[in-house]
Design a protein around this ligand. Structure first.
Ligand code: NAD
Length: 251
């Protein structure tokens, strides 16, 4: 393995690593040599843990509901006191679909809290430790809806636009301290997050036909970008949003 992409000796915390993109990224980072802290809402991470261990890497768990931020920093400090996190992947996220005029306040709050407030709280706690060590990689999973408005997903779009602003602000502040803060914007990927869209007989072909690559993405399509942004290969890449979208935004 090229040293540029070797994660041996590093530990990565991947939020939302039970399913989808987070699961694929956690396993991909393990394959590149990293030990993992897996995170889930519930303690149901056996599948991901077994796959990480199959690559000869260790996996410990952090169980925490990210739809609330009360006590989050203290909870995370308990973890960070015993574990040095070199790579943080802010992946956990939710989507609620509804016309903006009908969107319930609780849906807006749930999306903004999970996709933005919790991400900042986690990034701040992990970032403080990285600042003390003058080293670290932070990768947040953004979206095409960091650039576009989307249809019936106003809270999600707002949260993912803000995530890119946060990424750039933190990159500005922390690059001089040896911390690279970047984001990945996945295109349309077949996961739980897009079950409703893929089941919609009108929207599904509209989306597929618009993707230059001619297909939906898979979680595995995101792994290369995540390993790159976690590895020494990206040590001078700061504040970038890497689109992995089959060409959607280039169209
Ligand atoms: P997913 O539903 O499989 O994964 C979401 C993860 O977040 C799950 O592991 C879930 O357990 C976790 N999570 C959700 N709510 C939580 C909570 N309250 N507390 C703790 N954990 C919670 O879907 P996915 O598509 O793999 O989504 C991962 C990320 O990718 C999300 O941030 C999503 O917005 C983003 N994304 C997905 C797509 C896509 O097309 N699938 C496109 C762009 C961005």
């Amino acid at each position: 393995m090229s040293a540029l992409f070797d994660l041996t000796g590093r530990t990565a915390l991947v939020t939302g690593s039970r399913t989808g993109i987070g699961q694929a990224v956690a396993i991909g980072l393990a394959e590149a040599g990293a030990d993992l802290v897996l995170h889930g809402h519930h303690d149901d991470l056996d599948e991901t843990q077994a796959a990480v261990e199959a690559h000869g890497r260790s996996a410990r768990r952090w169980i925490r509901d990210l739809s609330r931020t009360d006590g989050l920093a203290a909870d995370l400090d308990g973890l960070l006191d015993g574990t040095r996190v070199d790579i943080l992947v802010n992946n956990a996220g939710i989507i609620r679909r509804s016309p903006a005029a009908d969107m319930a306040e609780e849906d807006w709050d749930a999306v903004l809290t999970t996709n933005l407030d919790a991400v900042f709280a986690i990034t701040q706690a992990v970032g403080r430790r990285m600042l003390a060590r003058r080293s670290g990689k932070i990768i947040s999973i953004a979206s095409l809806l960091s650039f576009q408005g989307g249809v019936n997903v106003v809270g999600y779009s707002a949260s993912k636009h803000a995530l890119v602003g946060m990424t750039r602000a933190l990159a500005n502040e922390w690059a001089r301290d040896g911390i690279q803060v970047n984001a990945i914007a996945p295109g349309y990927v077949a996961t739980n997050n897009t079950t409703a869209l893929r089941a919609d007989p009108v929207r599904e072909p509209q989306i597929r036909d618009r993707i230059p690559a001619g297909r939906w993405g898979t979680p595995a399509d995101l792994v290369g970008a995540a390993v790159f942004l976690a590895a020494p290969a990206s040590d001078y890449v700061c504040g970038h949003v890497l689109c992995v979208d089959g060409g959607w935004l280039a169209r």
